[in-house]
Design a protein around this ligand. Structure first.
Ligand SMILES: *Cc1c(COP(=O)(O)O)cnc(C)c1O
Length: 467
């Protein structure tokens, strides 16, 4: 008989022990654990509004919305209450063959608030799964066309630097070599158009003479491959994980038009940009674009529970209708699809948007951020400052004139965020791009604090560099 080794069970779970247990038992996402275990680890115990508190009682401004998900703030009583009262009804019931109250209500709301034409909601639980679902729907849609010539439409056109999540299908659509190249043997091939990364123009053009050259390359690809393309997949207005790459105005609209002309579906991955991030409820609205499929996750529950949705047009939905024996069913689902607690949180999140006129209230704050960012350009090693609404990327470079990056081993972005942490602000960089993703509910003074600490932290790290 095996006995339990009492020695191995910690006597108490005070904060010291938690820090140790974290290093001993957890494997963190996107984290080099050797580096992590060498550094001081921070264990969050609670949150309130724009702040997080660790087990040592220290207080931090949440400058990344807990990885881009928190919308109105932590510990909001309306959302807590919605989750609590739903838990008293039922916490989970499947959508496979049944339905539930909050999933049904939320589906109607999502159709109402998303761009015209999207009329059906398919739930899952993360951004990656919402993209997997969209790509499988797009693929199957063409396979089920009565016109058999359309069945050759099996490929996807995506963008360099794209990020759509970490499952194999969504990685196949992605274009981030650092994350994705190792898995290449496991992936299906997608076509890649150059993303409109104006600071480092993929077409080698100088600012002012761009002429939308990258769009010409997109045009060329979509025209040449339209008979084999199922869909174009795009992060509307901003490529998030690529380093907050902001597309020039008109780009998304032009992509939508080319897709329509070439009879290729458009999948809008609004996982990062949805729910107010870019200053409108959805990014597609800003260019009057209606995608054929739309992926939502991150902010959908206000950052309270995992939930995702893939929205489809009625035309796509109808291509899956038939007798069971025709096997046109969409054979896909997850155990927690349409989870009632998550859907209840999402409904409460949407109520706050409407009741507090959140989108209207953001406009002044976006302008305040824009003004506050102006003097960052003067800092040494700040190569580019990009902003779209409440998404900000500050790109650090070794040489501002040549745009030469720092050596990755210097970990410049990481150093700056550690400096910011010492000053009470949580950030997480993407390589040497500092990402500021403020909570939409932040007050003016909290936004000012976020910019101030970021500015000082860049300054402090860069002055260490030169001595
Ligand atoms: C975060 C993100 C995803 C993946 O979402 P997860 O919930 O982390 O799986 C997909 N697409 C975009 C644009 C994202 O920013």
């Amino acid at each position: 008989m095996q006995s339990i080794d009492l020695e191995k069970i910690p006597a108490n779970t005070g904060c010291e022990d938690l820090q140790e247990l974290d290093k001993r038992y957890l494997w963190h996402p996107f984290t080099q654990m050797r580096e992590y275990c060498r550094e001081d680890n921070l264990i969050i115990e609670r949150g309130e509004g724009s702040y997080l508190f660790d087990t040592q009682g220290r207080k931090y401004l949440d400058g990344i919305s807990s990885l881009w998900v928190t919308v109105h703030g932590h510990n909001r009583k309306e959302i807590n209450e919605a989750i609590r009262s739903q838990a008293e009804q039922v916490s989970h019931s499947t959508l496979l063959g049944l339905s539930n109250v909050p999933a049904t209500r939320l589906a109607k709301e999502l159709v109402r608030i998303t761009p015209e034409g999207l009329s059906r909601v398919f739930y899952s639980d993360s951004g990656a799964t919402s993209v997997e679902i969209a790509l499988k729907m797009a693929f199957q849609y063409w396979q089920q066309q009565p016109d058999t010539r359309k069945r050759g439409k099996q490929r996807f056109l995506t963008f360099s630097g794209a990020y759509h999540g970490d499952t194999i299908g969504s990685v196949s659509l992605g274009g981030m070599d650092l994350f994705h190249s190792l898995y290449r043997p496991l992936l299906f091939q997608s076509l890649k158009a150059p993303a409109p990364y104006c600071y480092r123009c993929p077409m080698g053009r100088e600012a002012g003479e761009c002429g939308f050259a990258c769009l010409e390359e997109f045009d060329r690809l979509i025209s040449a491959h339209k008979d084999e393309l199922a869909a174009v997949v795009i992060e509307p207005l901003v490529q998030g994980a690529a380093g907050i790459i902001t597309a020039p105005p008109g780009y998304l609209r032009a992509v939508r038009e080319r897709c329509t002309e070439c009879d290729v579906l458009l999948i809008a991955d609004e996982v990062a940009v949805g729910f107010g991030r870019t200053g409108s409820l959805f990014a597609c609205e800003q260019e009057g674009v209606s995608p054929d499929l739309m992926c939502l996750a991150k902010g959908i529950t206000g950052g309270y529970l995992p939930l995702a949705a893939t929205l489809a047009t009625e035309k796509i939905y109808e291509a899956f209708l038939g007798e069971y024996s025709e096997y046109k069913t969409f054979f896909h689902g997850h155990s927690y699809t349409g989870n009632p607690l998550a859907c209840a949180a999402a409904l409460a999140n949407l109520e706050i948007f409407e009741r507090d006129c959140v989108i209207e209230g953001l406009q002044g704050k976006i302008e305040r951020l824009r003004q506050g960012l102006e003097h960052f350009h003067a800092l040494p090693h700040v190569g580019d400052v990009r902003q779209r609404g409440f998404m900000i990327g500050i790109e650090l470079v070794k040489d501002k004139a040549t745009k030469e990056p720092f050596a990755p081993a210097l970990r410049m972005g990481h150093r700056v965020i550690l400096e910011a942490r010492r000053r009470g602000v949580i950030l997480r960089p993407l390589g040497d791009v500092l990402v500021l993703m403020p909570i939409l509910g932040m007050s003016d003074s909290e936004l000012d604090q976020l910019l101030q600490v970021t500015y000082e932290s860049i300054g402090a790290v860069m002055s260490e560099m030169t001595v």
